[in-house]
Design a protein around this ligand. Sequence first.
Ligand code: FAD
Ligand code: DLZ
Length: 510
Amino acid sequence: MANLILILGDQLSHQLSALEGADKDNDRVVMAEVHDEASYTNHHKKKLIYIFSAMRHFARELKQEGWHVHYQRYHPDNPEKSLEAVVSKLAAEYKPERLITTECGEWRLHSQISQWHEHLGIPVEIRPDTRFACRKQEFADWAKGRKQLRMEFFYREMRKKTGLLMTPEGKPEGGQWNFDSDNRKKWSGKPPAPAPFRVEPDSVTREVIQLVEEYFPDHFGTSEDFHFAVTADQAQAALEHFIDFALPCFGDYQDALSDHEDWLFHSILSPYLNTGLLDPTDVCQAVAQAWYSGRAPLNAVEGFIRQIIGWREFVRGIYWLLMPGYAKENRLNNQRSLPWFYWTGETKMRCMHKAIDATARNAYAHHIQRLMVTGNFALLAGIHPEEICDWYLAVYIDAFDWVELPNTLGMVMHADGGYLGSKPYAASGKYIQRMSDHCQNCHYRVQDATGEKACPFNALYWHFIDRHRDDFANNPRMAMMYRNWDKQPDERRRAILSRGEWLLANLEEL
Ligand code: FAD
Ligand code: DLZ
């Protein structure tokens, strides 16, 4: 008897475990654009366009390969507003033996799908997601009994497991696991950053752009100038573009920020990796090959591979290890609301304006903007983790709960007590000045901590350090900050704290 095979919007891979061993002639693949998935957060318009267009292209490829595909296009009047409703209807119509799906990437939907067998009246087979180097259970086994979970040690295990950048003798290539200390250069315009890879929208994407404009007009961001890849072949071309033009400088300028360039030397591959258009291991192998063939230096190649088999796998492991309680963590007891300028970009802080403006235009900001600008500000300002997490989930094209949540709640907000970093990534304006050219174009003065025009990051930084003394004073990596703060004259500390208080009470004015 036939099976129904459900493929979700971020599972667009022909090697998906749900398709393994399937019977093309009799089984039926189900894909659906549904209200509930499109509306659980204020998804950026470009994220909706990307997901719907990539889903439609993938369904077309499956049909061309001879699969029977039931595809629901989005319409607000569709009676089936959830994936469960779509699957229920088809189960009643086709009476399949079972529903097969690959485990989904977020707790919200995963917990629903785990209950479906009770409502559908057929078994639901949930297969492991084989698109990751580390299985959930393998991560849990690695984590068991360890006092601290550190990405660096997990990463070394993944290097050994995948053989990426390993010598035949089992040693790391170049004699070191990590070349991060080479990857902290400021970028002053040279060498020029490459133009990002572009695909002009075809008729499928143009139709989806119109749909999103018509039915999601109030969602965040703009649909203008959509140029992301929407098929695996196009994503492969985006990877080749990255290797040819950006990878050689990826390492050097990995931590840089620029007032003029949105994309710098980043790969812009996260949307494709997260939705199945690219396979992470294939991507890492292609990048490693660029080093072996002398097309890119080791600091760039190792830095890039670490992001994927290190950070990306690590955050997924943490997510599944600690959910669902993880999403509710708020160890620094933050209570402030997200300032409105996160949605408008209307702030006099140049770095924040630039990061939010790029986010609204592109549904993308690079890692350092997310971590050290919009993230750092939310940390220093004590924004409630749920509010800032929801913002990150909404505004980026690559945002899915399993990867967004640990990065925001853990890495940025330190709300989990430190799984993603042994100290908070808190920084004053000095850091932004060191890594960017934003400050010279800013309304505020980065060299000042007090006074009306003083850079808000400065007093907020010291206010954060002061108000969280009980949380961090005993952390050896924070000891120097406390020594620096404590040796300031009382009067200066009072002035900075008073400026900090004013800033916290007037966040919307900044
Ligand atoms: P590159 O700089 O070119 O890096 C290469 C790849 O490494 C990325 O494509 C990505 O797959 C992976 N990677 C790098 N850093 C991380 C990381 N910290 N965690 C997981 N993967 C990583 N990434 C997402 O994919 N989705 C998210 O929703 C997301 N939310 C984030 C929220 C915050 C607050 C922060 C600080 C980071 C977040 N990241 C997220 C991680 C990172 O910022 C993005 O993966 C990266 O900016 C994507 O752009 P890129 O492809 O050009 O990356
Ligand atoms: C993010 C998203 C959106 C916007 N729309 C859909 C959709 O209509 N249908 C679908 O199957 N998936 C969609 N997705 C992805 C899911 O919401 C969810 O984030 C992932 O499937 C989790 O693995």
